[in-house]
Design a protein around this ligand. Sequence first.
Ligand SMILES: *[C@@H]1O[C@H](CO)[C@@H](O)[C@H](O)[C@H]1NC(C)=O
Ligand SMILES: *[C@@H]1O[C@H](CO)[C@@H](O)[C@H](O)[C@H]1NC(C)=O
Ligand SMILES: *[C@@H]1O[C@H](CO)[C@@H](O)[C@H](O)[C@H]1NC(C)=O
Length: 308
Amino acid sequence: MTGFYRYMLLLLGFFSMTKKSDGVEVNAARSGTTSQSSTDFNWYSQYATDGVSTSCTHTLIQANPWWRVDLLKTLSVDRLVVTNRPDCCAERINGAEIRVGHIADIYSNPVCCVIPSIPAGASYTCSCNGREGRYVYVVLPSASGVLTVCEVEVYGVLPENLALGKNATQSSTWYTWYAGHAIDGNRGLSQPSTWCSSTHYQNNPWWRVDLHNVYKVSRVVVTNRADCCLDQVNGVKILIGNSLEDNGNNNSMCAVIPSIAAGGSATFVCNYMEGRYVNLISPRNSTALPLCEVEVYGIDQSHTASGI
Ligand SMILES: *[C@@H]1O[C@H](CO)[C@@H](O)[C@H](O)[C@H]1NC(C)=O
Ligand SMILES: *[C@@H]1O[C@H](CO)[C@@H](O)[C@H](O)[C@H]1NC(C)=O
Ligand SMILES: *[C@@H]1O[C@H](CO)[C@@H](O)[C@H](O)[C@H]1NC(C)=O
């Protein structure tokens, strides 16, 4: 291979890396808060995130022992690295599940991988393919087991809002409250009247963003107006899919918005529903549909982590 081609390949590798991370990859577990189902003596849960692979955690003998880190922010997790204890009992980790998700409850979060086995003192890398989550659990399905981990590293990037820079449209437009104001990257709290979208008063007003590609949508974050008309988002359906039938309003439902506080942002988990279009439609007649921001997070089709 000539030097030129080698150089080009290096360059390509460099771009694919920087494109993926959009910044520097850090071990997000280091800045999270840890806990575990029980603690044996002084084998505290934070020893798995202290950067020292010889200080370890240890639960008591119990059913389904677990360890957890709350990253304190949502991360798109690329991979996790789990280090086993060096001194004994290496097989105790066999079969432990790594779960990543949005919810502070073990089994509500999908499994990213199952640890087959890890030699004493060695590390196992689990690929999580960009799955989003704030909570990372290591749980050992066992009637009576002990869970020890010496280090858990969590690598990923902050999720990108897929709606930014895409095209939005709505059933009608109230003065200058264009559909695009709901995807301008500004939640609009300081100037709600210029930075939010709104339809006219009509029956079943709707709003839609075209993501331009099919994504698996992890969650949608909706920001309500701060100044008035707060209940106009109540009952609004969030739909996701690939069809433009009935303006996209016949796609599958992710959630119904119960209500959102003034100027508040609410997250709706969509469990990786697939689609190019995200619609919001009101069930009511003679109403407007104002939206100060709609953020869409998810992963593209090329990611195929188990459970997604
Ligand atoms: C997005 O909207 C602009 C302006 O209306 C239009 O010219 C463009 O074709 C749209 N792009 C897509 C991919 O729909
Ligand atoms: C809407 O979707 C349903 C279920 O996917 C389908 O059976 C129906 O034909 C679609 N069209 C209309 C107009 O309801
Ligand atoms: C909205 O108006 C339509 C047509 O007038 C009517 O059939 C429907 O029941 C109304 N829906 C609500 C929620 O009031």
